[in-house]
Design a binder for this molecule. Structure first.
Ligand SMILES: C[S@@+](CC[C@H](N)C(=O)[O-])C[C@H]1O[C@@H](n2cnc3c(N)ncnc32)[C@H](O)[C@@H]1O
Length: 272
């Protein structure tokens, strides 16, 4: 496959780049606080995108050496610029497809994957390819969301409908935005050992207002990104779309509640 020839549900717009950057920094405490790599270890980050998570990883483990790849040359260009601007010397970047990675078997101590498997037609094959590159005893960390975990108040059938549009469009492109609930099983099925999953909750209400910006800038912005596609496929009317989005924003105001779960799985490649 030619690099970057695959359709990508969130698009590659400036707004999406801003969303990924906000997502990485806004969720850093929840998702990454317990990911640290020892000095001298070699870490493969598969599907680094614009480098939004890369800079957090590199900052948290300044003495590890990161190799970060993505199928999109444009994303890699942005990632390289971001890491350069922030002065990181412990990351190298390259364009590569996760199914055909240009590295020697067992050449990495750790693998890190965030928000990739949900976009792949064959996440199990990708996990197997990554396992081949990991040395025995090395670890894999995989983080995915699950759009079915979005719970909110006030209830709104229209808000459920616009979320469903994103889930169905991503599925039509071969992805699975409900993958979080399957993650433990996928990693286990790929033959890793000591598989451990931990759900990471994002919660916002009037008593927990700090989470509200994230809900708007990460989750609702992501749903808004499929507006044109949803309308052109006739999945929803224009009025239904506007009400659904308005109702989602209402869950982030006083009187509203929003809750979403990410899934983080850490496992080991077994020796022998
Ligand atoms: C949602 S972004 C996540 C990027 C980054 N991990 C983050 O969390 O900010 C998904 C990324 O997966 C990349 N991608 C999709 N299919 C891929 C493949 N087969 N091999 C490598 N990267 C791929 C896309 O180009 C995109 O940059």
């Amino acid at each position: 496959m030619k690099p970057d020839s695959r359709p990508y549900v969130h698009g590659r717009t400036v707004r999406e780049a801003e969303r990924l950057a906000y997502q990485a920094s806004g969720l850093a405490r929840i998702l990454h606080h317990d990911t640290r790599y020892p000095a001298g270890s070699r870490v493969l980050e598969a599907a680094c995108g614009i480098g939004a998570q890369t800079v957090i990883l590199a900052q948290n483990s300044p003495e590890a050496e990161f190799v970060s790849v993505d199928i999109s040359p444009d994303a890699i260009h942005q990632a390289r610029r971001r890491a350069g601007q922030e002065g990181f010397k412990n990351v190298t970047f390259g364009t590569a497809d996760v199914y055909h990675l240009p590295f020697a078997p067992e050449s990495f101590d750790h693998v890190f994957v965030c928000f990739l498997l949900e976009h792949l037609e064959d996440p199990l094959l990708a996990l197997n390819r990554l396992k081949d590159l990991l040395r025995p005893g090395g670890s894999i960390t995989v983080i995915e969301g699950d759009h079915g975990s979005a719970l909110f108040y006030p209830e709104s059938p229209e808000a459920c409908r616009v979320i469903r549009c994103l889930i169905d469009i991503q599925a039509a492109m071969g992805g699975n935005s409900l993958i979080g609930r399957e993650l433990w099983h996928l990693v286990d099925e790929a033959g890793f050992g000591s598989v451990d999953a931990s759900p990471r909750l994002v919660y916002a209400d009037a008593g927990h207002p700090d989470g509200r910006e994230g809900v708007k800038k990460i989750f609702i912005a992501m749903v808004e990104g499929v507006r044109e596609e949803a309308l052109s496929r006739g999945m929803v009317t224009g009025a239904g779309w506007e009400k659904g989005i308005r109702d989602l924003y209402r869950t982030t105001e006083n009187g509203g509640t929003f809750c979403y779960t990410f899934f983080k799985v850490v496992a080991k490649k077994m020796t022998g």
